[in-house]
Structures are given as C-alpha cells and as structure tokens.
Design a protein around this ligand. Structure first.
Ligand code: COA
Length: 508
C-alpha cells in the first residue's frame, strides 16, 4: 500500500468523513466492537470523538454509555478517553488501562473478564448481546473492497462479520504489513465444527485480508497516528534469575528426552517478566525455536532477529519504539517469519494442545498447592484480566507461571497459603517459578506440591511462616489431602489490605 490514499475502493471512498461525523453514527446503548490488542491496531480517532460526544451529552443531562468490546488492551486514546467520561457501560475482554481499572474497581464500570479465545464464539452465539457497530483500524482498503489488516487482528474478523454498521479507520502510519496476516474463515458453531487445519506453528490456513460487506460500511476515517509505545522495564535481577531457572529447566527436559532440542512452540505472556524470559533465551543453548503465542513483544522480535527463533505466530505486535523502528527497517525479513491471526485461532485450545505449546505467563500470586491468581489483587481488585493465559495454560504441553517472590518492596509475598482469587487451578499449573527457584509440580500430590513451592519459590522471609501454616493445617486434621486453616487462610491478604506487611512481619 504505497499510494497516497490507502482507500482504493471507489464506493468506500464515498464514505470518507471526519472522526466526529463517524462518531455521530454511534448511538447511546450501542455495543461497539473496537479493534485493538495490547496497544496496537486500535482506532485512533473515532473513540476520542465519541468520548467528546458522550461528555457533551452528559453536560446536557442526557445518559450516554456504550458497550466496548475489543481484542484485548488498547491505549489511552480509546480506553482512558471513554472511561474518563463515564462512557463505558460494560468492557470486555482484557484491559490494562489505569483509568478503566480505577472505574471498574470503584464499581462504576462493568467488566467481563473472559478467555480471549472465547470472545468470538460468545458473540457468534449471541451470549453477550448484539453487536451494533464495529470500529476497526485497517492499514488500507484495496480496490475490490478487501481490507488490509493493521498490526493486530484480535477479534476484527468477528466484529466485521457480526456488526450491523462498520466504521473503518484507515491509518496511514500503519507499516506495510500486507501478506503478514492469516485470516481463517473456516470456523463454525457446533455441531458444524471441523478440525482447524493448522499443524505447524507457521502454517497459513486463511487469507491475507478481511472480507467486509461494503454495504455495511457507514464511515471511513483517515488517520495518521502511531500505535502505543509499549515500554518494558530494563531486565532486572529478579527477572534475569527467573529466566535462568526456566532455561535450566528446559535444558533438563531436553536431556530427559521430554522436549526436542528445538523445544516446542513458545507462548510468552504480557508484561516485563515474560519479555525478560524471551531476552534470556537469546543466550540459551536452543536454536531453531518457534513461537505460537498471542503477543509478540520486544524480546521475541530480538530472538527473530538473531535467528534463534525461526518463526512466530501471534495475533498482535506489541513493541516499544526502538523495537518498532527495527521492525519497520527490516519489514521483509519479519514478513516472512511472522504470521498474525485472529485471536480465536492464535489462542485456540485445539491448536495449543496439538502443537504442545510451552506456555509462560506472569501471575499476581500462587498458593502453596499451585492455584494461580493472575488477575485480582487481594482477591477483589482487578489488575488487568485473564487475557489468554487460561487458553494456553489449560491446554499447553508445559504450563509455567512466574512472578518475583515478593511485591511492593517485600511487603507482599507472592506465594500465599491460599490464593485469594483463582484463575488457573492446581490442575492446570505445572511449574511455578520465582527468582528463588522453580517448582515442577507435575505428578505431585497437594502436600508434596506445598513442600516444593515453599522450599523452591517462597522468599526466605516468608518460608518459616508458610512451613508453620502447613504444619498446623496438617495437625488440625480437618482434611489432610489439601490441608488448610480456613479461619486464617486469608489473614495475609487482610494484613496487606490494612497496609501491613504480610505474615505480621516487621516492615522491611
Ligand atoms: N499483590 C499485589 N500487587 C502485586 C502482586 C501481589 N501479589 N504481584 C504483583 N503486583 C503488582 C506489582 O507490584 C506491580 O504493581 P505496579 O504496577 O504498581 O508496580 C504490578 O502488579 C505488575 O507486576 P509486575 O511484577 O511488574 O509484573 P508483570 O508486568 O509481569 O505483570 C501480571 C504481571 C500478572 C499483572 C500480568 O502478567 C498479567 O496481567 N497477567 C494476566 C494476563 C496474562 O497472563 N496474559 C498473557 C496471556 S497470553
């Protein structure tokens, strides 16, 4: 797409209008499917125009809220802009925006935190209501009306299919990604479902463009704005040690013959630690790696560049400014190595199980028996959401969860007696890693697991307290399969909520 205008279809050229005019086509109470996944490919102009319209309506005393459905997190010009004016009735599926987080935790915005692979089928089947409008960013519109996707796919295929009205944002700043996408149109609802014909992580099974009925397109808005600059912290000591433990473990698995030398396709979650683990793989003794993941962050791009990683399948890019510049400089190199797919395919349980993905995701806390909380601080306050961690963890060949052993300068232990909210149960969690060490929980009973989690993963300050908890829980005799002291299982969380150090320890 090198033409000055990226809108080549004559009919759709007639629908060109300003963002304000396009936003005026969205009505109070509409459910709006927005593009966007981890800060890329979200519409840049219409949401802000909609937010201005909503603010004006509220000043005039008129109620105006919409449902906002996306792929995953977006950026301040979408999530924060709409949340700030109290314009979102219900948000789904994953967000990481501080304003949204504050509104959700204050009870002012409904939030549906569902598995990312479920969203499309929930919409197809009508479980979550009707989709009125799609607002989707694309990199261009071809002469025949097909749409060139931008830097994330997410749920766009579903939004374009299901919405009554479609607003397209054509972003002139979007890199020329033509040919990098693989949009699969073969999914159906049961009982018509067929196997998804993807057997290798870099297989292409679909088309490079979105289809969209031009009759549904009510507006085309031209923009020229960059994606979010996703900043990662410099790799710190804890992350480096976590990465080290994981690499040592993977080497051990290869030695035992339980993993091939080139490993199995890697999935790496969002956030700093996941990014740091990818960076750690740079110096690890593995080559010819592949990735079947949801988000491609800076660390994975560097692995592609060095040749350690042969190919990567994802639904979105999520790069910092420097990595993005590198990506744009070497677009053709990356075009032949990256495939971007709809999120119901990038996260599909059938494929994750078939490929035998190695899933590595961050977490808030784990308990001594291996239940993992990825989403809720002290059980009640949402952080981001489950994202795709459940899609991968439940179906992976190896399901690894990682966190520093403490948070908030040591005041909080990330290994607790009982997880205050459970996203991934003990049945889906195989390995827990902190900077202290790694616990391989496969094949262990709950009591055996608790020993390993405490001894290998807990911070030394909290180890004696956790050992004491298990000992007393066992002695209490109320249930010796998964021993707990129900009267004190959440004491640590209550202490943290009260601003004290967990376990009654003196402030560090
Ligand atoms: N109690 C309270 N706060 C905690 C905590 C705990 N047990 N553990 C972490 N935190 C806080 C940190 O202090 C930090 O707070 P800050 O932003 O105020 O500094 C924040 O949570 C993020 O923690 P950090 O250690 O920087 O981890 P991260 O960037 O690796 O993110 C998750 C960790 C869990 C928030 C992130 O991985 C996530 O949202 N996961 C769920 C979704 C997912 O896994 N998606 C991938 C699927 S493909």
């Amino acid at each position: 797409m090198t033409e000055p205008s990226r809108v080549l279809n004559p009919l759709l050229r007639q629908r060109l209008m300003s963002a304000d005019a396009a936003a005026a086509l969205i009505r109070p109470g509409d459910n709006v499917g927005m593009s966007g996944f981890t800060g890329t490919g979200h519409p840049k102009a219409v949401p802000a125009a909609l937010a201005r319209r909503i603010a004006q309506a509220h000043r005039d005393g008129e109620p105006f809220k919409v449902g906002v459905w996306t792929g995953a997190s977006t950026a301040p010009e979408l999530d924060a802009a709409l949340a700030q004016v109290d314009g979102i009735e219900l948000r789904l599926p994953y967000q990481s925006d501080p304003v949204c987080r504050e509104r959700i935790n204050a009870g002012r915005m409904e939030y549906l935190d569902i598995h990312l692979s479920h969203v499309a089928q929930f919409v197809w089947s009508g479980f979550i209501g009707h989709l009125d409008v799609a607002v989707v960013e694309v990199a261009g519109i071809l002469e025949d009306g097909r749409l060139v996707p931008a830097a994330s796919i997410g749920n766009n295929k579903t939004w374009l299919d299901q919405a009554d009205r479609v607003i397209l944002e054509v972003n002139a700043a979007s890199p020329d990604l033509e040919g990098m996408h693989d949009i699969y149109y073969g999914t159906h609802l049961p009982p018509q479902r067929m196997p998804i014909p993807l057997v290798r992580p870099d297989d292409r099974i679909g088309e490079a463009y979105y289809r969209c009925d031009p009759a549904k397109v009510v507006a085309v808005v031209q923009t020229n704005a960059p994606d979010r600059d996703t900043k990662f912290s410099a790799v710190d000591d804890a992350s480096r040690r976590i990465a080290g433990h994981i690499i040592e473990f993977l080497q051990h698995e290869v030695k035992k013959g339980r993993l091939p030398r080139e490993l199995l396709p890697l999935q790496s979650g969002v956030g700093n630690i996941a990014n740091a683990v990818m960076a750690g793989l740079q110096d690890a003794p593995f080559d010819n790696l592949t990735a079947y993941t949801e988000v491609l962050q800076d660390g994975m791009l560097a692995l592609l560049k060095s040749g350690k990683l042969r190919s990567a399948s994802a639904t979105a890019l999520s790069l910092g400014a420097q990595a993005l510049a590198e990506f744009e400089r070497e677009l053709d190199f990356y075009r032949s190595r990256i495939v971007l797919r709809p999120q119901e395919i990038s996260n599909h349980p059938e494929i994750v199980r078939r490929l035998g993905v190695i899933a590595m995701n961050g977490m808030i806390e784990a308990d001594i028996y291996g239940n993992v909380n990825s989403t809720h601080v002290h059980g009640t306050r949402i952080m981001n959401g489950i994202g795709g961690s459940g899609d991968f963890a439940r179906n992976a060949w190896l399901s690894i969860f990682m966190t520093p052993s403490t948070a908030k300068n040591g005041a909080i232990s990330c290994i607790v007696p009982m997880a205050s909210h459970v996203d991934h149960t003990e049945h889906d969690v195989q390995v827990i890693v902190t900077e202290q060490g790694l616990a391989d929980l496969r094949g262990l009973s709950p009591k055996q697991r608790s020993q390993l989690v405490i001894e290998n993963c807990a911070h030394p300050d909290y180890k004696p307290l956790l050992r004491d908890y298990v000992r007393r829980a066992l002695e209490s005799g109320s249930g010796r399969h998964t021993p707990h002291l129900l009267q004190e299982a959440f004491n640590w969380h209550l202490q943290a909520q009260a601003g004290e150090r967990m376990g009654g320890l003196p402030k560090a």
